[in-house]
Design a protein around this ligand. Structure first.
Ligand code: G1P
Ligand code: ZN
Length: 544
């Protein structure tokens, strides 16, 4: 075994996005591509020399190979200890908790989240810091800068293979490697937050749950928590074995990817709660009998009912949502008298607020919710929260929703994703709309009139950093809102996301379909941004 200094040439496309570096598998498998990025992290974070790391991934194709390479680079860069999840399988929320609990210097998460897997699919890697949370924008910038000038990486050569499935202590050069089972510690955290005895009682009394792990990383955690600790029948936890290609399906908990779950929810004998999580276990989708809970409503309902849950019974310090997420949360926060923050898209903005003790719960419209128990979003946490709410209230998902709307009104919400193959063309739509912003106020768009509009900028209340160009916000007279931003997680082209929203007062009709309720807002946003004319597309690729 020896440490080699391997010459390399920089790649121009290694800027980490909203959720780390995410590319097609074929891109990652180019010689030196992964090596360059990992070495760039070590160069940008000198504390890693002499430090310790947590390593794991969502189990997608190439996970094990990538972990082995990463470990050989870590050993060559002077890492003293690596804690690697057994089989290389580590959910994103569990990783965040482990990094923090072990006092590690940081962690490497090998995941492309909800993107498809397999050899033709996507791969990804992100570096999380000692808090467990995502790297700051400035650290991502440093990593990116380093990746553009890198000309060598360090590698431990001729090392014997670490058996990733063998629990216990191993040695890789001077670096010790512990293979650990991340499931029990994660389950313990959730068991402290929620009333497992109460949930067991409700299940015994007939409450029925159905959980779909989409053959992704949350499966083993769901088996432990739902089946072994809570007593949910094993047949009610499906697709719990993680597969490298997620069984050929898209590991994304949304109504399109989970059509079978939605169909099951529509049956007369549907379970009371149906749920799914994504590739790396940080997203969640909640469905009741015949009713899908929109993520913005889910966040607002969790906050409104948090006092019923042991882990949050002492009250909430504050709450936060990403800018495009519906303002249902704001109404609850205002009524309860708790601070509510509006942040740019991406979990890292919540991390600062969580770390400073300013918020207890937070969430995004993209099926992500979590609390101060972790520095990442947490899919199973949200499922357990809903389960405990059903147990403590004795209400159905639909009743919880309807009661919430009767008290706070309903915030109809919809997101359209327009997939533009030519990234420059896609960006030109957003740039054009931003350039036209000064003329927006007072303008008539179809049936609506614009009250005000801006390009969202955010000054972090904790560290004072300023993030500009976070999306076009258009407020219409009467309170409806339209938002347009470009995705930061695309692996090709660009996805333009339109977020459409309208509030219906507590005493009004809450039974419309979102597409009906939001038709005017959608038409106004399309007209304003000239999306069809500029892209030649006839409509969005998907609507959630
Ligand atoms: C998407 C979601 C965003 C989430 C991110 C990482 O980012 O919209 O809410 O934080 O994935 O899971 P986007 O592609 O919109 O930049
Ligand atoms: Zn994810």
């Amino acid at each position: 075994m020896s440490i080699a200094i391997v010459p390399t040439r920089a790649f121009a496309d290694q800027r980490p996005g909203t959720a780390g570096l995410r590319k097609r598998v074929a891109v990652f498998r180019q010689p030196n591509y992964l090596e360059n990025f990992v070495q760039s992290v070590f160069d940008a974070v000198p504390e890693l020399r002499g430090g310790s790391i947590v390593v794991g991934g969502d189990g997608r194709f190439w996970n094990r190979e990538a972990i082995r390479t990463l470990l050989c680079i870590a050993a060559a860069n002077g890492v003293v200890r690596a804690s690697v999840a057994c089989g290389g399988l580590l959910s994103t929320p569990a990783a965040a908790m482990e990094i923090r609990a072990r006092g590690a210097t940081g962690g490497f998460l090998l995941t492309a989240s909800h993107n498809p897997g397999g050899p033709e699919g996507d791969f990804g890697i992100k570096f999380n810091i000692a808090t467990g949370g995502q790297a700051s924008e400035s650290l991502c910038e440093r990593i990116h800068a380093r990746s553009r000038e890198i000309h060598r990486y360090k590698l431990l050569e001729n090392a014997s293979e670490i058996e990733l499935d063998e629990l216990g202590q191993h040695q890789l050069g001077a670096m010790s490697v512990e293979i650990f089972d991340p499931v029990p510690a994660y389950a313990d955290v959730l068991e402290r937050l929620f009333d497992f005895e109460r949930i067991r009682g409700a299940l015994r009394a007939g409450l029925r749950v159905h959980f779909d792990a989409l053959n992704a990383v949350a499966g083993p955690y769901a088996e432990e928590i739902l089946v072994r600790r809570l007593g949910v029948p094993a047949t009610s936890v499906v697709h719990s074995k993680p597969l490298p290609d997620f069984g050929g399906r898209h590991p994304d908990p949304n109504p399109h990817s989970c059509a079978a779950l939605v169909a099951l929810a529509g049956r007369a004998d549907a379970p009371d709660l149906l749920a799914a999580t994504d590739g790396d276990g940080d997203r969640n989708m909640i469905i009741g009998k015949g009713v899908l809970v929109s993520p913005g409503d889910s966040l607002a309902i969790l906050v409104a009912n948090a006092h019923r849950i042991p882990g949050y019974a002492d009250g909430l310090k504050g709450v936060a949502r990403s800018m495009p997420t519906s303002r249902a949360l704001d109404r609850v926060a205002a009524k309860r008298g708790i601070p509510c923050y509006e942040t740019p898209t991406g979990w890292r903005f919540f991390c600062n607020l969580l770390e400073a003790g300013r918020i207890s719960l937070c969430g995004e419209e993209s099926f992500g919710t979590s609390s101060d128990h972790a520095r990442e979003k947490d899919g199973l946490w949200a499922v357990l929260f809903w389960l405990d709410l059903l147990a403590v209230t004795g209400l159905s998902v639909r009743e919880l929703l309807e009661r919430h709307w009767a008290e706070f009104g309903r915030d109809y919400f919809m997101r359209e994703d327009w997939q533009v193959p030519d990234a420059n063309l896609g960006k030109s739509v957003l740039d054009g709309a931003v350039a036209a912003l000064p003329g927006f106020a007072g303008r008539q768009c179809g049936a609506l009139v614009i009250e005000s509009a801006d390009n969202f900028a955010y000054t972090d209340p904790v560290d004072g950093s300023l993030s500009r160009n976070q999306g076009l916000r258009v407020l219409f007279v009467g309170g409806a809102r339209g938002v347009l931003r470009a995705s930061g997680t695309d692996t090709s082209g660009v996805t333009l996301r339109f977020y459409l929203e309208r509030h219906a007062a507590p005493d009004s009709d809450h039974g419309q379909l979102p597409a009906q309720a939001l038709a005017e807002v959608a038409a106004a946003m399309h007209e304003l941004t000239r999306v069809r004319e500029l892209t030649g597309l006839v409509g969005p690729r998907s609507v959630v």
